[in-house]
Design a binder for this molecule. Structure first.
Ligand code: HSE
Length: 311
């Protein structure tokens, strides 16, 4: 096998109340990495499409090749020659797990080309390194679901304890990306380090409620639990029209609505595709009233995560 093409999907991290501990994958869009063996030693990025020239081309600094180098080092492979092409199919700084999708596609492609020495779970720490390269923080709530698919819970980071939970089949995600950019590093920097006991209690109740609601397909419980009293009040100030767009989603059939990852994308969960579309159109209309263009994605929960497209 001399070349591989891998796809990794966009993701919604945090899912309202679960900052850094919840995330799920959607079907589309996703990034694609092409990886080929070459005779010359080392690893080179020969092309990146869709990034308007903004991502680093230096293999150490680029998160795709950065994670590949980590994986090669871990496997003690010293004699190698590879070329990489990255197709970015989602905007940078969008809150759609853009850096995670690239890193996951990269690590899955390399693992496949090497004959799958590691399992998907074992690839996770490498993909997390990609997040560290991209944003300075090795959170797993985008790379986890992009790699594994489904709705992911990170029970612990030290040691890493991550699992997926079942979700109802007719749960749909609406993802609206307003034409604004927010850097994850900045969106993490503005967060407070301390949380009141009152807010901790409220957040824990919602985290438990959302997990139980998803597992029992209890839509009212899902709806009541999609409340974030810690992160959303701080970060929402970075998103123009946040309150109005959220209200538009909920009054047009969504169970709940919040910031996707570190924003500016906003997501909603709905029962059934029709509600997800109605909520999305209402959200877009509200952004449009404020003169903000947006892109709309409607998707079920992606159960499989990253996949190999071609050998
Ligand atoms: N949990 C991370 C954050 C996700 O909210 O900063 C970034 O996409």
């Amino acid at each position: 096998m001399n070349s591989i093409k891998a796809f990794a999907p966009a993701t919604v991290a945090n899912v309202a109340c679960g900052f850094d501990i919840f995330g799920f994958a959607i079907e589309e869009p996703g990034d694609v990495v092409e990886l080929r063996r070459r005779d010359e030693p080392g690893i080179v990025i020969t092309n990146i499409t869709g990034d308007e020239g903004r991502l680093p081309r230096n293999p150490e600094k680029n998160s795709v090749t950065g994670v590949m180098l980590h994986l090669l080092k871990h496997l003690d492979i010293k004699d190698f020659g590879y070329e990489v092409i990255l197709h970015k199919n989602m905007p940078l700084g969008s809150g759609m797990g853009s850096s995670a999708a690239s890193a996951v596609a990269g690590v899955v492609a390399m693992n496949e080309l090497l004959g799958n020495p590691l399992t998907r779970q074992e690839l996770l720490p490498f993909a997390m390194e990609g997040e560290r390269i991209a944003s300075g923080s090795a959170h797993a709530d985008n790379v986890g679901p992009s790699l594994l698919g489904g709705f992911v819970v990170i029970r612990s980071y030290h040691p890493l304890d991550i699992f997926t939970i079942p979700v109802p089949d007719d749960l749909y995600c609406t993802l609206v990306h307003p034409d604004i950019e927010i850097n994850t590093k900045d969106a993490r920097y503005i967060l407070r380090n301390e949380v009141s006991l009152k807010n901790t209690i409220a957040q824990m109740g919602n985290v438990a409620g959302l997990v139980a609601g998803l597992m029992k397909a209890d839509y009212d419980l899902i709806s009541r639990s999609m409340v974030d009293v810690i992160i959303e009040p701080v970060r929402s100030i970075l998103i123009p029209e946040f309150k109005e767009v959220k209200t538009a989603a909920i009054s047009n059939g969504a169970l709940g609505c919040s910031i996707s990852g570190s924003g500016p994308s906003m997501f909603a969960l709905s029962r059934g595709r029709d509600n997800a579309i109605a909520a999305g159109q209402a959200m877009q209309a509200r952004f449009a009233e404020a003169g903000i263009d947006s892109a709309l994605h409607i998707s079920g929960i992606n159960k499989g995560g990253a996949k190999i497209l071609e050998h």
